[in-house]
Design a protein around this ligand. Structure first.
Ligand code: PLP
Length: 457
């Protein structure tokens, strides 16, 4: 079978998938028995599966389809660019118009001190790039001892060796003997899970202090950078307490340590600002981006490089011995540029901030009244709810993850994609979701919480 345009039914597609497709982040043996869910098309905020079911995509794919599905303009741009120049690279002092234009546009839409971009093919490649950039920076500054990067437990920064090492997920570290040397992890600012009896504000300061303690333990002359998402996404939409980022900023400044703000999820409007760094008033030295950069229509990522680092790497660095075949890929760059044009021309980020995000957050937080929900939180177009055994005592279920998986499966059967991180249910819908679709998302979420509650009590 080599023609996927032939009409195949779900069972046939699943049988072929089972035979040859090794899936990421899946138990492939169990998947073989259950059969994959096969998505065949999508429009706006809705997916359609191979049985013709319509599903509201509460996760925008993997947090990426910011402008929604089915935007023909992006397909047209890709078609034209493929005819004009389908591929050329940006190694060895060459360039091409789409990469040049996208670099200029990115400098326009990102914070003012970020005036250069290094292109990659993904968020993981972006984080591999930052690891090399920060170490090269300190070498060139005559401080080669400043090598260690501090990250946070339960962080997600990608799946390559450096990306997964920068991430703080133990199950990922267990595959491949990670992290690589020179990366350490401190406490995450996860008040609901780890805050105990402290107020969120007290706990935010404690989590920030963990950074200072680690710097003092290692010695500031050994620490190169701190990497963090403004809001931790894949870890479970961890919105830091209000005290966290101001204290972290102060600590980084005190010990002269670079800030890497991983904006792979938060970037391009997710928080209601163009970048999460603007939401929290951060001034990152390096800012990895991907996902919403092209709304996921083609793979592309990058690292926005702040002036402090760029001045050194570009002026004193000579060759930077790093790059990817697809760095600044012309078709992906042209599509990303068109995606940003749509975000700008249709005021999508401004609409999120002023209208749809406040509505989503208001409705989302109503879920806190459900007997299964211990907390409902969110910012902009991301949200999380914590499923608990005992609401008043904030007690979790003993078999962590079982209830979340149950809820996620009810959601899918009832036409909603919600993701489960253990027993934390999370959403990150396309930014173009409207009020009626938000109502539908909430109604379906309530129904699935009811079904889950019935099943576990
Ligand atoms: N950084 C963050 C914060 C992410 O959420 C992700 C992916 O989910 C990555 C990096 C890795 O991006 P990619 O999957 O494009 O390699």
């Amino acid at each position: 079978m080599n023609d996927m345009t032939l009409p195949l039914d779900t069972a046939q597609l699943q049988a072929l998938d089972r035979k040859h497709h090794f899936h990421p982040f899946s138990d492939n043996k169990a998947l073989g028995q259950e059969g994959a869910r096969v998505i065949t098309r999508a429009e706006g905020v809705y997916l359609e599966d191979s049985d013709g079911n319509r599903i509201l995509d509460g996760m925008a794919g993997l947090w990426c389809v910011n402008i929604g599905y089915g935007r023909k303009e992006l397909a047209d741009v890709a078609y034209r660019q493929m005819q004009e120049l389908p591929y050329y690279n940006s190694f060895f002092k060459t360039s091409h118009p789409p990469a040049i234009a996208l670099a200029e546009k990115l400098v326009e839409v990102t914070p003012a001190h970020l005036n250069h971009v290094f292109f990659t093919g993904s968020g993981s490649e972006s984080n591999d790039t930052v690891l090399r950039m920060v170490r090269r920076y300190w070498d060139l500054q005559g401080k080669p001892g400043k090598k260690t990067i501090i990250s946070r437990q339960n962080a997600y920064h990608g799946s390559t060796v450096a990306g997964a090492s920068l991430g703080g997920m133990k199950p990922m570290h267990a595959h491949g003997d990670l992290p690589i040397p020179g990366i350490v992890h401190i406490q995450q600012p996860y008040w609901f899970g780890e805050g105990g009896d402290q107020s969120p504000e007290e706990f935010g300061l404690q989590a920030a202090k963990a950074l200072e303690d680690k710097i003092l333990e290692l010695g500031e002359d050994k620490v190169a950078a701190f990497i963090a998402e403004p809001i931790q996404g894949a870890g479970g939409v961890i919105v830091p307490p209000s005290t966290y980022w101001p204290a972290v900023k102060e600590i980084l400044a005190r010990y002269d340590i670079l800030l890497i703000a991983d904006e792979v999820i938060c970037g391009f409007g997710r928080t209601g600002e163009w970048f999460g760094s603007q939401y929290y008033d951060l001034k990152p030295d390096l800012m990895p981006i991907a996902k919403g950069l092209s709304s996921g229509y083609l793979p592309i990522g990058g690292v926005m490089v702040g002036d402090r680092v760029a001045d050194v790497l570009l002026e004193k660095g000579g060759d930077f011995n790093h790059g990817y075949t697809y760095s600044g890929h012309p078709v992906a760059a042209a599509v990303a540029l068109e995606n940003i044009r749509i975000l700008q021309d249709e005021n999508i980020v401004e609409t999120v901030k002023a209208e749809t995000a406040p509505y989503l957050q208001k409705r989302w937080k109503e879920l806190a009244d459900h007997p299964l929900v211990g907390e409902a939180r969110g910012v902009g177009m991301v949200g999380a709810i914590e499923l608990v055994a005992d609401k008043a005592a904030r007690t979790r279920f003993d078999d962590q993850g079982t209830t979340g998986t149950l809820c996620r499966d009810f959601c899918f059967k009832n036409g909603l994609v919600m993701r489960a991180v253990g027993d934390t249910m999370i959403i990150s819908p396309p930014l173009v979701i409207n009020h009626a679709e938000i109502d539908e998302l909430i109604e379906k979420a309530v129904r699935c919480l009811d079904l889950t509650f019935e099943a576990v009590r």
